[in-house]
Design a protein around this ligand. Structure first.
Ligand SMILES: *Cc1c(COP(=O)(O)O)cnc(C)c1O
Length: 412
């Protein structure tokens, strides 16, 4: 088949799928001697491997009729109960039952499902600028109109959002705005946390213009200093907010376990969408985590993990102060999660600078990767989760040399 015919055979989506910039970049990160601040993969030393191995043996031997069988699309009832218990213990959210819960194959599947059940080509969806790339990719498959609203140090710019909503309303189009997608806690990629005031303002706006909010919260439990403000879900309730959670960043991404918490009608639609994608999730992984949560207190279990990441964040900030501050770089101090957003002075195109970073064996993700309209951009995402502390110092020092070389080449 010729290339032309092959292209013609593809669907609109098939033709438009492009390989992810991040995935391409991460290939370089495995070069020997490289220090990578690129990927968002958690530190494998934090995975509960002994605990999970022990439970896995038990349930495969004793519960094989369930764990090795097809399970209900909605998910393992034991896991759903544990999730409801966590929401109650951690956030005091106690007005839910099992029908408000759908267990997904990671939050990524939840994002894909929400895109499929809410978005059409003439729909609008609000995302933050910058935004989580996996969500942009998932929503993109429905070809909606993206509206990106700037992210500030205390969360989404609600004044800007209000203008956008008013304009859509004036055009008679606000009904086509389906949802506002936010990552309120320890944002990926920006590291910032939305203030309580903004959470309330966001809910007020969503109510005024009658749109949903999708709250994606993979990092809320990874707080280094103080706990983040209460979830948007708790403020806006089931009528307004769809909450996504995942065990990827707190237990292990290989479990592929996420969850949608939403109003029952949404869950019913989502269940049907999931059915068409994969019939059901893995009973083995779901029961495994259910038993883990029955046996161990997640918050207790996470203490050393949080401590590990806190040390790494501190190391990265110290290194940035020493090596990048003198060069005019600025950054935020994330209160948790895995990422920092670093802004270099104007003129440093971080996409272009990556060629030099590759030579000097240090990796980051250029900020442009997280924008809907990937214009050139002098920011980058640094993730501090994977390299050990010494490597963090060394990697940031390398970054400083990358900036020097770029500056010389460009005559900045
Ligand atoms: C990591 C991440 C996810 C997806 O994680 P899964 O492994 O698919 O559960 C979703 N949203 C954000 C913001 C993330 O950082």
């Amino acid at each position: 088949m010729t290339v032309e015919v092959f292209e013609m055979k593809l669907s609109k989506l098939g033709r438009n799928l492009k390989s992810s910039l991040i995935r391409d970049l991460l290939k370089y990160a495995t070069v020997p001697g490289a220090i990578s601040f690129g990927g968002g993969a958690p530190d494998p030393e934090t995975f509960p491997r002994k605990e999970l191995a022990e439970i896995a043996k038990e349930i495969i031997e004793e519960d094989y009729r369930f764990v090795l069988q097809y399970i209900p699309t909605e998910g393992d009832i034991e896991l759903k109960r544990e999730i409801l218990k966590l929401l109650n213990d951690v956030y005091g959210i106690n007005d839910l039952d099992e029908d408000n819960v759908l267990v997904t194959n990671g939050s990524q599947q939840a994002l894909d499902i929400l895109g499929r059940i809410f978005l059409d080509e003439n729909s609008y969806v609000v995302v933050e600028r910058p935004s989580y790339l996996g969500a942009l990719n998932a929503f993109y498959t429905s070809f909606p109109h993206f509206i990106s609203v700037p992210l500030e140090s205390d969360g989404i710019d609600v004044n800007y959002l209000e203008r956008v909503l008013r304009e859509l309303d004036e055009k008679g189009e606000v009904g086509k705005l389906k949802f506002i997608y936010v990552v309120p806690n320890f944002h990926n990629p920006a590291g910032v946390t939305m203030s309580l005031e903004k959470r309330k303002a966001l809910v007020d706006l969503a109510e005024k213009y009658d749109v949903f909010i999708v709250e994606d919260d993979p990092y809320g439990a990874l707080a280094f200093d103080e706990k983040p403000p209460m979830p948007v879900f708790k403020i806006g309730g089931l009528d307004r907010v769809i909450l996504l959670n995942t065990f990827s960043k707190v237990l292990a991404p290989g479990l592929r376990l996420g969850v949608i918490i939403a109003e029952k009608d949404i869950i019913r639609k989502a269940v049907m969408a999931k059915q068409s994608a994969d019939l059901c999730g893995s009973g083995l992984n779901q029961r495994l985590v259910a038993r883990f949560l029955q046996r161990y207190n997640l918050a207790e279990y996470l203490k050393p993990t949080v401590e590990t990441y806190r040390k790494k964040r501190d190391a990265m900030i110290e290194a940035l102060e020493k090596h990048l501050a003198p060069k005019g770089a600025r950054w935020n101090r994330p209160g948790g999660g895995l990422f920092m957003w670093v802004e270099l002075p104007e003129g440093y195109d971080t996409m272009e600078m990556l060629d030099i970073a590759k030579e000097k064996l240090v990796f980051y993700i250029p900020g442009a990767a997280f924008l809907v309209d990937s214009i050139n951009c002098h920011s980058m995402r640094l993730s501090f989760c994977l390299p050990p502390v010494e490597k963090i110092y060394e990697g940031v020092e390398r970054l400083a040399r990358v900036m020097e070389t770029y500056k010389e080449e460009k005559g900045l």
